[in-house]
Ligand binder design. Structure first.
Ligand code: HEC
Length: 145
């Protein structure tokens, strides 16, 4: 019995070290991702509005865009994953408030059927800012490609 308990000691020491290591890693995750406490709730609310008010119908559930929009520049509703390459967050808030008609590819052809509707009479400023927070939480920088 004495022999077997002394044999188990190195094992216990090892397993305790392993346990401490993984506990440290687990604690590090929320620390790295830390945000002001109301931010995750705002982002979640923005995500809900994005789905509820039909933004997904044109821009897609993953913000990927790609719905055909003949005679608009690019020929498709744009992805919103790279909006921060072209706009500040305040500019995006303004686009959502006021809408945006896509420039046509060929002026001899009919205008593109899909345009960005204005939302300021539908959504509150707070809703729109939360949608912008949601969009910003998913931005992919061109450099990261
Ligand atoms: C009927 C389709 C449609 C719906 C619904 C729609 N959009 Fe758009 N949206 C567009 C089109 C088309 C453009 C491109 C306008 C342009 O090229 O000038 C656009 C542009 C944008 C842009 C600017 C992106 C860029 O690269 O120019 C943002 C931001 C945006 N939409 C957010 C939203 C949000 C948020 C909602 C919901 C509240 C929404 N859109 C709903 C069609 C739509």
């Amino acid at each position: 019995m004495v022999i077997s308990s002394s044999l188990s000691l190195p094992y216990l020491a090892r397993s305790r070290r392993a346990h401490c290591g993984s506990a440290r890693k687990l604690r590090a995750i929320p620390y790295i991702d830390s945000n002001p406490s109301r931010r995750p709730a705002a982002i979640e609310a923005g995500k809900q509005s994005f789905a509820r008010f039909g933004c997904v119908g044109c821009h897609g559930l993953q913000l990927q865009g790609g719905v055909p929009n003949p005679n608009s520049q690019g020929g498709e509703v744009p992805s919103l994953l790279h909006a921060s390459d072209d706009y500040t967050k305040e500019e995006v808030v303004k686009i959502i408030q006021n809408g945006k008609v896509p420039p046509v590819e060929n002026t001899a052809k009919p205008a593109a059927p899909l345009y960005m509707p204005p939302w300021k009479s539908v959504l509150t400023d707070e809703d729109i800012h939360r949608i912008a927070d949601y969009l910003w939480s998913l931005q992919k920088k061109k450099d990261a490609w």
